[in-house]
Design a binder for this molecule. Structure first.
Ligand code: XMP
Length: 509
C-alpha cells in the first residue's frame, strides 16, 4: 500500500511496537530492513520514514547505516534512539559514548517545542534505553528537549525530527501524542489502514508466494496456528494440508473439537495423527520436568517430520508465529540481539526442507485475535487461554501415565466449564488444573479414601512474564472443589494455588 509510514529496522526490540502504534491510528506502516535500497523505499511513496532504535553504535566499525540521500527526499524523517544518533552522525554532527547511559524512566524537559512535541507538557516522563549520546548537532538542527542528555533535536525546515527516548513505549507518558503529531501533523499520512485491508493483502501475498504449491501446517487448536490456518486456507484452499498431532497430553476431547471446529466448520483439510501411545512410551518412568519436556519435544518433532514427508510435493511449512515469538527468539528483519530462544514444542528441526510461511509474524496477540474474528472464528476459540506445547505432560507432576491423564482431563474440564458458566473465563488469563503425585486420606460416604490431590491454578497477567493469582470468588471455588471431588474418580482433595509470578511460575513444571 502506498503513502504509509516506513520503519527502517535497526534491530530494536520495540520496532513492531512502532508499527502497531501506527496501525492503531488507522495508518499503514511497514517494517523494512535498514539496508533496503533507497529506490525501493521511494517506490512505496511513503508519507514518512522512521529510523528505529538498535543495539549497535554509529561509531562502530561496521555500523548499520542508510544512504545519506534519504534525508534529501522531502519525506519527513523521525529518528528514534539509534535513529537519532544515526541522523546526527550522517548529517555531520557528533555522537559520543555516554558516561553511564540511561535505561528506564527519565524526566524530559522541553526547551523549544516543535511540531513533533506540540501539546506535550513541559516536563514529562520518557523511556530511555541508550548508551551513546549526541554531542554536537548537525548544521541546521536545534535542541528541543533534554533529559540528562540531549534528547530531542530537529531541523524543522527539512522535517527531520529525532528523539533519544522511545515514544512508542507506553512508559513514555506522552508518547502517543508525539507519534500522532509525527504521523498526522508532520507527515499528513492518510488514514487508510484497516484490518480487512491487512487480511486482503496477506491473502494476496500468500497466493502469489505459494502459487500452485502445497503448504503444510502444524495445527494445535490454539489461537495462533488456527488463525494462520484459516487465513491461509482462504488464500489457497485445499493446497493447505494441516497436521494435527494428538499427543495424548491434550485437554479432554481436544482432538474431536479441533476436527469439528476447523475440519467441519471451516473445511480445512486436517490429518489427525493419534500419537498418544508413542508419547506415553517415551514418558514412561520419566519424572524430571526437563527430561519430560525434552522427551515430548523430541517426539513431537519426530512425528511431525514423519508425517510431513508423507505429504508429497509440499514446498512450504506454515506456522502461526506471532511477533512476540519472533522477538523472543531472533531478529525480525534487522539485527536485533537475541533475547532468548523460543521453547515451543512446535519448534521444528532446522534441516527441514521447507520454505517458511508465517502470515502473522508481524502481529501482536490481540491483533491476531481480531484477524481471527474477522475471518469468522467464534469468540470463544480466538479467546482461548494459552496452552503449553508439552501439555498435560507438565501439569502431571512426576511420572505421567494414562490413568493420571484421564483424571487430570476430567478435573480440568470441570474447572474450565465452570469458568465459562460463571462468566469468569475471559476475566482470567490462564486457568487449569495440576495433578500432584501426592495421596491423602479422605472419607466418602462410609468409606475411607486415599487418592490424589488436585491444584486449581488461575493467573492474571498481561504479558505472562509476571502474574498474580486470580481472586476467584470463594463460592465459585467451593463449586469447583465439590464437583471435582464428587465427579472425578481418583481425586479426593482440591487446593488453590495462591502463588504469584515471580517467584513461582504459572506452570508447575
Ligand atoms: P511459566 O510457567 O514460565 O509460563 O510462568 C509462562 C507462559 O508460557 C507457557 N509455557 C509454554 N508454552 N511451550 C509453550 O508453548 C512450553 O514449553 C511452555 N512452558 C510454559 C505457560 O503456559 C504460560 O502461558
Amino acid at each position: 500500500m502506498q503513502n504509509g509510514i516506513i520503519i527502517l529496522d535497526f534491530g530494536s526490540q520495540y520496532n513492531q511496537l512502532i508499527g502497531r502504534r501506527i496501525r492503531e491510528m488507522g495508518v499503514y506502516s511497514e517494517v523494512l530492513p535498514f539496508n533496503t535500497p533507497l529506490a525501493e523505499i521511494l517506490e512505496r511513496a511513503p508519507s514518512g520514514i522512521i529510523l528505529s532504535g538498535g543495539p549497535s553504535s554509529v561509531n562502530a566499525e561496521h555500523a548499520h547505516l542508510v544512504e545519506k540521500e534519504l534525508f534529501n527526499q522531502k519525506i519527513p524523517v523521525l529518528g528514534i534512539c539509534y535513529g537519532m544518533q544515526l541522523t546526527t552522525h550522517l548529517l555531520g554532527g557528533k555522537v559520543k559514548k555516554g558516561a553511564k547511559g540511561e535505561y528506564g524512566k527519565a524526566k524530559l524537559e522541553i526547551q523549544k517545542s516543535n511540531q513533533l512535541l506540540a501539546g506535550v507538557s513541559r516536563f514529562s516522563t520518557v523511556w530511555m534505553s541508550h548508551f551513546d549520546e549526541v554531542e554536537t548537532l548537525p548544521e541546521g538542527f536545534a535542541i528541543n528537549a533534554m533529559t540528562d542528555v540531549i534528547s530531542a533535536i530537529s531541523n524543522e525546515a527539512k522535517k527531520i525530527y529525532c528523539v533519544q527516548f522511545h515514544p512508542e513505549v507506553s512508559h513514555t507518558d506522552e508518547g502517543s501524542r508525539m507519534m500522532e503529531n509525527f504521523v498526522f501533523n508532520v507527515c499528513n499520512a492518510p488514514k487508510n489502514w484497516k484490518l480487512t485491508n491487512y487480511i486482503d493483502e496477506t491473502i494476496a501475498d500468500i497466493k502469489e508466494k505459494v502459487g500452485a504449491q502445497k503448504v503444510i501446517l502444524g495445527l494445535s487448536g490454539g489461537v495462533d496456528s488456527s488463525v494462520a490456518a484459516v487465513l491461509i486456507h482462504k488464500a489457497i484452499g485445499d493446497q493447505l494440508q494441516c497436521i494435527f498431532v494428538d499427543t495424548g497430553l491434550l485437554r479432554k476431547d481436544e482432538g474431536k473439537k479441533v476436527m469439528e471446529n476447523y475440519g467441519e466448520h471451516f473445511n480445512l483439510k486436517i490429518k489427525m495423527i493419534n500419537a498418544s501411545e508413542r508419547f506415553l512410551s517415551k514418558l514412561a518412568g520419566v519424572s524430571d520436568p526437563e527430561e519430560k519436556r525434552k522427551a515430548i519435544g523430541n517426539e513431537f518433532v519426530a512425528v511431525f517430520d514423519e508425517e510431513s514427508h508423507k505429504i508429497e510435493g509440499a514446498k512450504f511449512l506454515a506456522q502461526g508465529t506471532i511477533y512476540p515469538d519472533v522477538i523472543e527468539s531472533q531478529s525480525v528483519k534487522g539485527p536485533s540481539s537475541v533475547i532468548k530462544s523460543h521453547h515451543n514444542v512446535g519448534g521444528l528441526p532446522e534441516e527441514m526442507d521447507f520454505e517458511l510461511l508465517e502470515p502473522l509474524r508481524e502481529l501482536f496477540k490481540d491483533e491476531v485475535r481480531k484477524v481471527g474474528e474477522e475471518l469468522g472464528i467464534p469468540h470463544h476459540l480466538v479467546h482461548r487461554h494459552p496452552f503449553p506445547g508439552p501439555g498435560l505432560g507438565i501439569r502431571i507432576l512426576g511420572a505421567v501415565d494414562e490413568e493420571k491423564i484421564r483424571i487430570l482431563q476430567e478435573a480440568d474440564d470441570i474447572f474450565i466449564e465452570e469458568l465459562y458458566k460463571n462468566d469468569l473465563y475471559d476475566k482470567v488469563s490462564q486457568a487449569f488444573v495440576v495433578l500432584l503425585p501426592v495421596k491423602s486420606v479422605g472419607v466418602m460416604g462410609d468409606e475411607r479414601t486415599y487418592e490424589y490431590t488436585a491444584v486449581v491454578r488461575s493467573a492474571n497477567t498481561t504479558d505472562f512474564m509476571t502474574a498474580t493469582w486470580s481472586r476467584l470468588p470463594y463460592e465459585f471455588l467451593d463449586t469447583i472443589s465439590n464437583r471435582i471431588i464428587n465427579e472425578v474418580r481418583g481425586i479426593n482433595r482440591v487446593t488453590y494455588d495462591i502463588s504469584s509470578k515471580p517467584p513461582a511460575t504459572i506452570e508447575w513444571e
